[in-house]
Every structure is written in C-alpha cells, then in structure tokens.
Design a protein around this ligand. Structure first.
Ligand SMILES: [Zn+2]
Length: 218
C-alpha cells in the first residue's frame, strides 16, 4: 500500500533536494502534518518568494531584493577595491570575517572544463563596466576564487582579461588549503588569506603565461 497521492507528490519533490532521500522526505512530510497548518503556508510562501523576489544586483551580481544590493549602495564601503568571488555564498563567507570593507563582483560560476563551462561563459560585462566607470575609480581587484583547479583557471582568465585596464590585481590564497573552497574556509583562515593577498599583476607587469606551472603557482 502506498501513501495518498498528495503525500507521494510531496515526497517526490523533496527527494529532488540535495541530501534528501525517501526516508528523510517521509519524515519531513509527517513533521509538516503534525506542525500547525500556518507553518506549511509560511514555508511554501518562503519558497515562492525565493524565486519571485530574489534577483542579482545590477552592479555586482550579488543577491538582492532590490535592483542594487546593500553592499553596492553602502557609501561607507571602499569602492576602489573589488573582491571577485565565484558565488554569493563566498561573499557572505568573506563578510563574516568583518575584515573586508570593499565591494564585490560575483562571477556566478567558475570556468569548469568538466561541466563544459569555458572562459566565454563567465560574463565579465558588468565588471568591466564597473572598472571603466571614471566616477568610481578602482585601484585594486582581489581574486578570491576557490583554490581548486576551476578557481585557479578562472583566476588566470581574470588576470589576462583585466590586466589591460591597468588595475592592480591580487590573489588570496595563503592559508587556504589546496583545493579549498572560499565558502567553507573558517573565519580566521579567510581573514589571514585576505590580509596576506599578494599582487599577481598590475599595469607594469606582463600578463602571465597560462601553463601548468603557473596554474599551480598562482
Ligand atoms: Zn551589488
């Protein structure tokens, strides 16, 4: 005997979520049935709001409910330094350190050969518009992509693309374990990594060659 269709439907949807198997889905369904009806309504409204109200900042691609995110509109932040991260989760991890007061640019995905995402799939249009905006000069770009192969490849692509704009480019990395993801780094490691960022290119140095040696090095 199987559950009524409404239960089976919900179980099926829940099992599509990461880390949720059928047993967990059944537990969630029975939890919802035992909880006040209002809770199910609030939960479903939150899920709908996630897709209908959340958008990406027009300037930096970070999460926002308006057109421009709170960080881009915060006049107390240093607009001359931009930290480039792979996802909004990374920006949140860096914000938790409390040691970074510049702005961000979120790539919304790194170069990934295994997933068929090449350099052309990383949209830098907004970033270049921001760098070339003379009303808000940028003096430093901090590359805070992950310390794995995808993150390193993406950092190299960014160096190559951004170097002609004559902006100092630095890379976090010290303290981050090889292969480490920014979003999972603990606060002290991330703070150390940001403070110890090293310059990888500016307008006085030639663009590095993309070779396996430099990929490991950077
Ligand atoms: Zn923004």
């Amino acid at each position: 005997m199987s559950y009524p269709r409404v239960i089976e439907n919900l179980i099926e949807h829940l099992t599509r979520l990461p880390g949720i198997g059928r047993r967990s889905a059944e537990r969630i369904v029975f939890h919802l049935l035992n909880a006040p009806a209002d809770y199910s309504r609030l939960l479903s409204e939150s899920i709908i709001d996630l897709r209908s109200k959340l958008r990406f900042c027009r300037i930096c691609n970070n999460f926002t409910e308006g057109e421009i995110c709170p960080i881009c509109t915060d006049i107390t932040r240093d607009g001359s330094i931009i930290c480039i991260v792979e996802s909004p989760k990374d920006a949140i991890a860096i914000e938790k350190t409390g040691s970074y007061k510049g702005q961000y640019f979120v790539l919304l995905g790194a170069i990934s050969l295994s997933e068929g995402r090449g350099p052309d799939d990383v949209d830098l249009t907004k970033l270049i518009r921001r760098i070339t905006d003379s009303s808000q000069p940028v003096r430093e770009i901090v590359l805070a992509t992950d310390a794995d192969m995808e993150g390193e490849l993406t950092a190299l692509h960014l160096i190559k693309t951004l170097q002609p704009y004559g902006v100092k480019i630095s890379r976090i990395g010290i303290g981050l374990p090889s292969g480490g993801a920014v979003e999972f780094a603990d606060i002290s490691t991330l703070t150390m990594s940001l403070n110890a960022r090293r310059e990888v290119a500016d307008n006085r140095t030639p663009a590095p060659q993309v070779t396996p040696a430099t990929m490991v090095d950077i």
